[in-house]
Design a protein around this ligand. Structure first.
Ligand code: ATP
Ligand code: MG
Ligand code: MG
Ligand code: MG
Length: 480
């Protein structure tokens, strides 16, 4: 297989050499004398031009080179006559690897809406937009590992099947080995759903944090990067039932160290994409510019995608406490919205995405690290502050996204942790393994979770989270 990728041709410009290209036809233009085939193999956004002379390539072959067909083409790389690319391929032989009926091929050579493409997720990666998004996603995933590896963190694989619900939000999917037609029964004859994972209760993980803490209290600095599952029966542009989360967990870190790491990490990922995904980002920026044109003038974004990304890298994030944020929200009344004002009247209420977006997009116009939330609205494992009312929580809010990271310094003091768990009626005996780390050699530690799809959304500018994961899992969506 001496196939050369389009990316390689563009980088090496092998004028005069004979090469073999394989890929899918995007478009074909023909006249009596010649056919031009725009071919794409997914290695780069650019389509490569193939020139087919009907004196060399049989008419019945050329007829099959329709949009969507897969071709193997051998020929000579020559200087391009037209504008745009520096070279093109003069075809000597074309083999049609897979035909595509031009009448039935769902991806016609025209602009399709994202909604339509969501319906054909099995083919949408063949478009410029989606191939660009998934190349950027790949680069970001690679950068995650590079960042932590360079810092000496260890990659831990936490389980996907677990009995714990770290967030305690009751959003778990049950795992079952149960034969629905012959379910296990309690002595009273009731269906025993508690016994469904080989006679134990189990669910799909909502977060690898608790297990990550165990690892950090042995290896010091670790991270997990894996799929997490939440039975969110909500249809937002920011939530999936299955999403990927990056969760570093560090012994000997306090809340400030945690925030410093998070800010540095986010900036690193964005810089990495800016450096390695230029062409794809430029393409995604241009498609956003098109989208902007259809909006009323006063709602258009002032900055292009690349400038927006550079801005985040170049500026310090704002750091404020929950209490300070509430004060800001109280003193501002954007668009004189009653609802907005009402929601923030009492200290202790959770911020709605409307509030988060106001702080980030209107008030500070920068990413915001919000800390020290009321303990009632945060999870049991967060470290309690001296005031007795707040915990050392941290949410990082991004423009256009809202919450991108949730984290905290963890409660390492056994007595305080036990008291909090009792208050929340968390079964202490079942969590003996978690509590053991506080019983034996406890230490201050901290960590956070970055929603990977939200990060990909931010970097690619895609408005809907369903468009940054190949096969989104949302209510009613599991076919492919
Ligand atoms: P939200 O308030 O947006 O529902 P959360 O506070 O429930 O998020 P956390 O439990 O803090 O989420 O999870 C850590 C991170 O995982 C979030 O900051 C977010 O980036 C991401 N995340 C959470 N839920 C989802 C989801 N359903 N789909 C995609 N990403 C998610
Ligand atoms: Mg949530
Ligand atoms: Mg939240
Ligand atoms: Mg959160």
């Amino acid at each position: 297989n001496k196939r050369v990728k389009i990316k390689t041709i563009l980088e090496q410009n092998p004028i005069g050499q004979e090469i073999t290209l394989m890929g899918w036809v995007r478009t074909k233009r023909s006249n009596k004398n010649v056919s031009f085939i725009a071919l794409n193999d997914g290695s780069v956004i650019t389509n490569y031009q193939v020139v087919a002379d009907p004196n060399l390539i049989a008419e019945e072959i050329l007829k099959k080179c329709t949009t969507g067909a897969c071709l193997k083409i051998t020929g000579n790389v020559v200087e391009s006559q037209g504008a745009g690319q520096s070279s093109e391929l003069n075809a000597k032989t074309i083999e049609v690897l897979g035909e595509a009926d031009p009448e039935k091929y769902p991806l016609q050579p025209k602009k399709h809406s994202l909604e339509f493409l969501r319906e054909i997720a099995h083919l949408r990666m063949r478009t410029n937009t989606f191939s660009a998004v998934f190349r950027v996603r790949h680069a970001l995933a690679f950068a995650v590992h590079k960042y932590f590896n360079d810092k000496g963190f260890f990659y831990i694989h936490t389980p996907i099947i677990t009995a714990s619900d770290a967030e305690g939000a009751g959003e778990t999917f049950k795992v079952t080995t149960l034969d629905i037609s012959k379910p296990p029964r309690t002595p009273e004859g009731e269906v025993d759903f508690k016994q469904d994972f080989f006679e134990r209760e189990a669910n799909l993980t909502v977060s690898g944090q608790l297990e990550g803490e165990l690892a950090a209290m042995a290896l010091s600095e670790i991270y997990t990067f894996g799929p997490t599952f939440r039975a969110e029966n909500s249809n937002t542009t920011r939530h999936l039932a299955e999403f990927w989360m990056i969760e570093p967990e560090m012994a000997f870190y306090d809340a400030e160290d945690n925030a410093d790491l998070a800010e540095d990490f986010l900036k690193y990922l964005i810089s990495y994409a800016l450096e390695h995904c230029q062409e794809d980002l430029k393409f995604l920026q241009s498609r956003l510019e098109e989208e902007e044109k259809s909006k009323p003038a006063d709602q258009r974004s002032e900055m292009g995608l690349l400038d927006k990304l550079r801005f985040v890298v170049d500026n310090e994030f704002v750091r404020i406490t929950y209490t300070e944020a509430i004060d800001i929200l109280r003193n501002s009344n954007p668009n004189k919205k009653k609802k907005f004002q009402y929601l923030i009247e009492s200290w202790g209420a959770d911020l709605q995405s409307e509030h988060e977006r106001y702080l980030v997009e209107k008030h500070f116009k920068k990413p915001v690290i919000l800390t020290d939330y009321p303990k009632e609205i945060k999870s049991f494992y967060m470290r309690q502050n001296e005031d007795g009312k707040t915990v050392a929580a941290m949410d990082i809010l991004f423009p256009g996204i809202g919450e991108i990271i949730g984290g905290s310094q963890r409660e390492e003091r056994l007595d305080l942790l036990l008291k909090r768990m009792e208050e929340l009626h968390i079964p202490i005996e079942e969590m003996w393994w978690f509590l053991d780390t506080r019983r034996f050699g406890s230490t201050p530690h901290a960590g956070f979770g970055l929603g990977f799809e939200r990060m990909v959304q931010f970097v690619t500018g895609m408005g809907n989270i369903r468009d940054v994961i190949a096969f989104p899992r949302t209510p009613g969506n599991a076919e492919f």
